[in-house]
Design a protein around this ligand. Structure first.
Ligand code: HEC
Length: 155
């Protein structure tokens, strides 16, 4: 039988180990760089991506020839030249995006943290932090095209 003192000790110990577990998680909750989604795109959940993508549509139209809203239209976004929607006034901050085209890799980085990629960007959106969620959203973006871009080659 445990003495009360012993169970108190055990409780304290498990509390400590709990905090011990929790601390590194807090520290690593937001890695600096976006984890690659290349390996996930082929099996990603497009329906789930479309759901997450509803948030994008507060600011972006996603249909072919869709109008500019707060942000530029996203039709054909995969492999589209960066900042290329005629008539959309990209911010000065957006020039910090040095990529030429929205490859899967670049979209992954942008959607992870737009304001890290281009501090001051007018895309006020925190980002999609979970790698699987980003894979789903990017798999959905890929479908916004008459001829969806090929998936990344398996490594
Ligand atoms: C609060 C409004 C808002 C939301 C929400 C938002 N965006 Fe944006 N987005 C913008 C604006 C504004 C820009 C232009 C940024 C600039 O000029 O600094 C932009 C730019 C972009 C670009 C670059 C387009 C180009 O023509 O080069 C992509 C890609 C993009 N957004 C994707 C997304 C996706 C995908 C989502 C959802 C996961 C999303 N955005 C959510 C407002 C938003």
């Amino acid at each position: 039988m445990r003495t009360p003192r012993l169970s108190l000790c055990l409780a304290a110990a498990s509390l400590l180990s709990l905090t011990g577990l929790a601390l590194p998680q807090i520290a690593s909750a937001e890695p600096q760089a976006a984890e690659s989604v290349d390996g996930l795109l082929a099996t990603a959940d497009v329906t789930a991506g479309a759901k997450t993508g509803k948030a994008c549509q507060t600011c972006h139209s996603v249909d072919k020839g869709g109008a500019t809203r707060i942000g530029p239209n996203l039709w054909n976004i995969v492999n589209r030249p960066v900042g290329s929607v005629a008539g959309f006034h990209y911010s000065t901050a957006f020039k910090k995006v040095t990529a030429k085209t929205w490859s899967y890799h670049e979209l992954n980085e942008w959607l992870y943290a737009p304001s890290a990629e281009a501090p001051g960007t007018t895309m006020s959106f925190a980002g999609v932090k979970k790698t699987q969620d980003r894979a789903n959203v990017i798999a959905w973006l890929r479908t916004l095209s008459d001829s969806p871009a090929p998936l990344p080659k398996a490594k």
